[in-house]
Design a protein around this ligand. Structure first.
Ligand SMILES: NC(=O)c1ccc[n+]([C@@H]2O[C@H](COP(=O)([O-])OP(=O)(O)OC[C@H]3O[C@@H](n4cnc5c(N)ncnc54)[C@H](OP(=O)(O)O)[C@@H]3O)[C@@H](O)[C@H]2O)c1
Length: 174
C-alpha cells in the first residue's frame, strides 16, 4: 500500500458512509433492511458531486449509477460491464484514480466486503445507527474504539414507516 494513502496521511479524505443495525447489520439478500428517507437525503447531500467506491453487489442492489456523483465499481470479474460507471479490480487503484481526478473527499459506500477492506484506510465514518435488531447476512466490520472517536450529531424518532436512528460521525484518533 502506498504511504500516500494511509489514513490521515494525505490530502485525500477517505470517508466510509453506512447505516447499521444494533449488531452492525448492513443488509440481507443484497437489499437494505429498513427504509429511512431522511437518511437517504443526507447520504445524497453528503456524496453529491464526489467520487464513490462500491462493490459489485452493492451496485447491483442499487441498480443504476446515482446521479451527480462518479460511481466506481469494484469487481474481479473481467466480464462485468455497466454503463455510466468506472470499473476497477483493485481498491487501491480505484482510490488512486479518484485522487488523480482531483477528489478531496472520497466516499466508500459499501457493502460489507468493501467496508472491511477500506476501514484501515479511512479517516472518517458517517454512521447511521438504526434501531434494528433483526436478521442480516452482511455486517459492518468491527470498529475499534481505541482508533475512533464518535460524536453523536442527531437523533431521529421512529415513524410509522421507519425505525428510530442516530446520526454519528466517527473520526480517526490522531
Ligand atoms: N446499510 C448500508 O449502509 C449498506 C451500504 C451498502 C451496501 N449494503 C448492503 O451490503 C450488502 C452487500 O455487501 P457484500 O459484502 O455482499 O458485497 P459488496 O461489498 O457490495 O460487493 C462484493 C463484490 O465486490 C467485488 N470485490 C470485493 N473486493 C474486491 C476487490 N478488492 N477488488 C475487486 N473487486 C472486489 C467482488 O465482485 P465480483 O464478484 O464481481 O468479483 C465482490 O463479490 C447488501 O445487502 C447491501 O444492501 C448496506
Amino acid at each position: 500500500m502506498s504511504s500516500a494513502y494511509q489514513s490521515c496521511g494525505g490530502d485525500l479524505i477517505i470517508s466510509l458512509i453506512a447505516a447499521v443495525g444494533k449488531s452492525y447489520q448492513l443488509g440481507g439478500e443484497n437489499q437494505m433492511l429498513w427504509h429511512i428517507p431522511e437518511d437517504f437525503k443526507l447520504f445524497k447531500s453528503r456524496t453529491m458531486s464526489h467520487h464513490m467506491i462500491m462493490g459489485r453487489k452493492t451496485f447491483e442492489s442499487i441498480g443504476r449509477p446515482l446521479p451527480g456523483r462518479t460511481s466506481i465499481i469494484l469487481s474481479r470479474d473481467p466480464s462485468f460491464k455497466a454503463q455510466g460507471v468506472f470499473i476497477f479490480d483493485d481498491l487501491q487503484v480505484a482510490i488512486d484514480y479518484a485522487k488523480e481526478r482531483g477528489e478531496t473527499e472520497l466516499f466508500i459506500i459499501g457493502g460489507a466486503q468493501i467496508y472491511s477492506q477500506a476501514l484501515p484506510l479511512a479517516d472518517k465514518i458517517y454512521l447511521s445507527r438504526v434501531d434494528y435488531d433483526g436478521k442480516a447476512d452482511a455486517y459492518f466490520p468491527e470498529i475499534n474504539n481505541n482508533e475512533w472517536s464518535e460524536v453523536e450529531e442527531a437523533k431521529y424518532e421512529a415513524t410509522e414507516k421507519s425505525p428510530a436512528w442516530t446520526l454519528s460521525l466517527l473520526s480517526r484518533r490522531k
